[in-house]
Design a binder for this molecule. Structure first.
Ligand SMILES: Cc1cc2nc3c(=O)[nH]c(=O)nc-3n(C[C@H](O)[C@H](O)[C@H](O)COP(=O)(O)O)c2cc1C
Length: 283
């Protein structure tokens, strides 16, 4: 059994243990049905340390088949993926991402592209103006499609015992990433993904999430107890951070640090201008 294979599957005891890892022992929600797929999902954790071992032949094709099996808005399939193994390219991508070493370490990096260029080419080839293209709504659909595809690949990789971590920092400089990967206009990498065999240290602990009551609203939205629930989560995340030798900040402090100062956007505050430069329009 490799280190990313779920510890436990199937039984009620396993279910409770998995929920405790995800929410903390004091906030276990009363979940119902359970199976191996759900156990696998609850075991997700990002991996930031990779062995150099190559992936079995055909892995990228398997992951893309899983990605293409995701739902896609109106079957328009508004996404593409660029598979990158070239160390020189990964070095540049790591630099764009602020020096994230796992991009260089992982044997496979997949760039997930919100790709409106294919439909632009169809418009040209079929000599038909696509009136629906230059809208924010259409861009959103492309970004959603790309994210759903990527997440299917993440789950597939996890089921094969492989580790992954998303790299949103591709959006620090989307123009430079597009140039490096030779993307046409109206195509942008919305997120990258490291894939590989995790080192022992690279596999972190399952990271607790907000209490379910904070995110699950029944029939109508209700944030009455949110502040108290956030305190519970802050306590849980402080314990998690201490166990994992991270800066022992509460989750609230992390939110303040991430959303307070504009510098934490790492250049992404200029996203709209960058996308317009890349041929997108947002009517
Ligand atoms: C869209 C997106 C972008 C992300 N970008 C990065 C990134 O650039 N670098 C990184 O180390 N982790 C990145 N992550 C991983 C998150 O930090 C991680 O999912 C989160 O802290 C929860 O931890 P877990 O995945 O281990 O449960 C990203 C995740 C998502 C969904």
């Amino acid at each position: 059994m490799d280190s990313l294979t779920p510890h436990a599957r199937g039984t009620d005891l396993d279910k409770t243990a998995a929920l405790a890892r995800r929410y903390g022992a004091d906030a276990i929600p009363p979940a119902g049905p359970w199976n191996d797929t759900i156990a696998l999902l609850l075991e997700h954790r990002s991996v930031r340390g990779y062995k150099p071992d190559p992936l079995p032949a055909g892995t990228v094709e398997t992951l893309i088949a899983a990605a293409q099996s995701a739902a896609t808005s109106s079957n328009m399939q508004w996404w593409s993926a660029v598979a990158i193994t070239d160390p020189a390219k990964k070095k540049v991508l790591a630099e764009i991402a602020g020096g994230q070493k796992h991009i260089e370490q992982c044997p496979l990096f997949i760039a997930w592209v919100a790709d409106m260029s294919r439909n632009a080419r169809i418009s040209q080839a079929e000599k038909t103006e696509f009136e629906c293209m230059p809208y924010l709504e259409t861009f959103m659909v492309a970004a959603i499609d790309a994210a759903l595809a990527a997440q299917n690949a993440v789950v597939a990789a996890q089921s094969l015992g492989l580790g992954t971590v998303y790299i949103g920092a591709m959006r620090n400089d989307p123009v430079r990433v597009a140039e490096l990967l030779g993307l046409p206009p109206q195509a942008v990498v919305v997120v990258g993904l490291c894939v590989g065999h995790a080192t022992e240290k690279g596999v972190g602990e399952v990271k607790p999430r907000l209490p379910q009551a904070t995110v699950l609203h029944v029939e109508h939205y209700d944030s009455t107890h949110e502040a108290a629930e956030r305190q519970t989560y802050d306590t849980e995340m402080t314990k998690f951070s201490q166990r994992n030798e991270m800066q022992a900040a509460t989750w609230t402090q992390r939110v303040l640090g991430r959303l307070g100062p504009i510098k934490s956007m790492g250049g992404r505050e200029k996203m709209r201008a960058a996308l317009e430069k890349m041929g997108f329009e947002f009517r």
